[in-house]
Design a binder for this molecule. Structure first.
Ligand code: OSB
Ligand code: MG
Length: 369
């Protein structure tokens, strides 16, 4: 394929309610879409980074700059442009997995659209619907959390993830567990604890949680290994796993028993598929994480989650859990599941009037050869 145009589209999409984690609060989702036109077809991707370098090192302004200054020039000078070659063409650029994922997704969408193949079929998805859950932010009070979880349960969610941090952990988890004794429940600390908190974190072991996600710092495999040995509850890594190699090292260190696979953290859906295959081979259960993506990134996530090794419900909710108006046709939940898009490519279309109404900033990159 030949790249004829690359456009970056930045949209500030209001969230239905603020989303608070241990590293900050988002009230608006800062979305970066990548739009490519090739000689074969057009394609869309989403670079799902955080607006500040608080989740990992990447942030949206930096993703844009890296795409414009380094990634697009690298693709233009590569000997060939195919979705399969994007990763290796961009390998010289260290880090910026969300930027790489967004570009790869757009090129995949173009390539598969031209070939009439859906992303799920291309990846080897085996399900038509994927089990999903909801990730619930930190609230002002424990009572507010129980009410919020209750409203999600009423909406049909059967798996709930609670964000926790020091000062908001055992008490809220105990309250939600008491109110919903049979709910599939898990927690995510986004690296807010240290090994000094080992005893405190171990108090979470009595609530029958599906897993505890990333309690310690991304580079603390040793700490996670100690916790994995100490607790009955499975330990899941998110921020620590940034590549196939780091995943192998985490497994060798026995630092987790479950992995969260996230497109914007691992550098694209193809890297996620590769890690999924490794985990299947090793018997490690995985699930699909999210970054409050718009319908563009969500379409890719849902296709990915249709692969057979994704055995826990995904952190992918219906569009209306995030936004009043999504940037694509909305994802709707039925029976705690989302349907896997079956159209060519991502299988969703970008709503140009939504982009205009939301005053999206569109930025055409130089692609002259
Ligand atoms: O750690 O999984 C996380 C959102 C932003 C940054 C990090 C995380 C999250 C989520 C959101 O938990 C999950 C979703 O997209 O619904
Ligand atoms: Mg997480």
């Amino acid at each position: 394929m030949m790249l004829e145009r690359v456009e970056l589209v930045r949209v500030h999409l209001p969230l239905v309610r603020p989303f608070r984690t241990s590293f900050g609060t988002q009230t608006v989702k800062d979305i970066l879409l990548v739009h490519v036109e090739t000689d074969a077809a057009e394609g869309w991707g989403e670079a799902a980074a955080h607006p500040e370098p608080y989740y990992n090192e990447e942030f949206v302004d930096a993703s844009m700059l890296v795409i414009e200054r380094f990634a697009v020039p690298a693709l233009l000078s590569a000997p060939e442009l195919t979705a399969e070659s994007v990763q290796s063409s961009l390998a010289r650029i260290k880090g910026y997995p969300a930027a790489k994922a967004g570009l790869e997704m757009a090129i995949l969408d173009a390539e598969l659209s031209a070939g009439g193949v859906s992303l799920a079929d291309y990846l080897g998805g085996t399900r038509d619907n994927v089990d999903v859950g909801v990730s619930v932010g930190i609230t002002q009070s424990v009572g507010a959390l129980v009410d919020l979880v209750s409203s999600y349960v009423d909406d049909g969610y059967r798996r709930v993830k609670l964000k926790i941090e020091p000062g908001f952990d055992v008490e809220p988890v105990a309250a939600v567990r008491a109110a919903f004794p049979d709910l599939a429940l898990q927690v995510d600390a986004n690296a807010a604890y240290t090994l000094d908190d080992l005893y405190h974190v171990s108090l979470l072991d009595e609530f029958g949680l599906l897993m505890i996600e990333q309690p310690f710092a991304a580079d603390d495999l040793g700490g996670h290994a100690i916790l994995t040995r100490r607790l009955r509850t499975p330990i899941c890594l998110d921020e620590s796993v940034v590549s196939l190699r780091s995943a192998e090292q985490a497994l060798a260190a026995q630092a987790c028993t479950v992995m969260n696979l996230k497109v914007g953290r691992l550098g694209g859906v193809l890297a996620c598929r590769a890690l999924h295959n490794l985990c299947v081979e090793r018997g490690v259960p995985v699930w699909c994480g999210g970054m409050l993506e718009s319908g563009v990134g969500r379409a890719a996530n849902v296709a990915l989650a249709s692969l057979p090794g994704f055995v826990y419900p995904a952190d992918l909710s219906a569009s209306d859990r995030y936004f009043h108006r999504d940037l694509t046709e909305p994802f709707v939940m039925t029976g705690s599941q989302l349907a896997v898009p079956r159209g060519p490519g991502l299988g969703v279309s970008v709503d140009q009037s939504a982009l205009a109404d939301l005053r999206a900033i569109r930025h055409d990159l130089e692609v002259n050869r």
